[in-house]
Design a protein. Sequence first.
Length: 277
Amino acid sequence: MADPVYEIVENGPGHPYHIVNPSIWPLLSSFAAGLMAVGAVIYMHTGSFPLLILGFLCVLGCMFGWWRDVIKEAVVEKAHTVIVKIGMRYGMLLFIASEVMFFVAFFWSYFNASLFPTEAVGGVWPPNGIQTVDPFDLPLMLTLILLLSGCTVTWAHHAIMEGNVKDMKTGLALTVLLGAIFTGFQMYEYSHVHFGFTDGVFASNFFMATGFHGFHVMVGTIFLAVCLWRANKGHFTADSHFGFEAAAWYWHFVDVVWLFLFVCIYWWGGSGYVPAS
């Protein structure tokens, strides 16, 4: 019997690979991301946020359009063959690896400043004049929220692997809810910290690392919300659910990054000090 992967389907291309149609979304997404980045810089310097909000809305619009096309390719055109899904798995793993290095840069900056504090910050860490956040107050609660969300998304993943769509949707809904709660509490934390973005190397590292993580939580929450919508539409089965699987991988990555942030920045970096050499 011939391998079904290589069977020529009726009106199909005669091969198991997906030749993507020309798309405007990569170009538009680049402009939207650039607009949001410029808006973020303006917000950090002046406190004005309209351009940041506009850029974020443009990014959301591009995500909607691009994901709509990908879902159409998978559900309507049946273009995601077994071979294509293998490539998509490798692509997602490489994307997560690149994200790991993105956060490595922030941790590198943080440890470079904290392990070798200069006279400019008083020769100690945390720097003089910085009132750090109590790690066992709101940050600990945020940690528990994310850990619980990791459990619920794993529950959803195992449910769909067993063909239990009902439990999958329940687990996904809880994960989306926990992600939204995390984002809300982090915004609350930012509004109550006793230092600003421009208050030295501790503050800038704190806001860059935790802020970009918060952005990733927002993206992951949207990712999972789309998966919940798709689950309600019947797009996922026990044998075909890579869209959700990729979202689950991404969410676990977000969980792990937060654990490092909690231990290194909130707990270790915020409670002790390193004397100048």
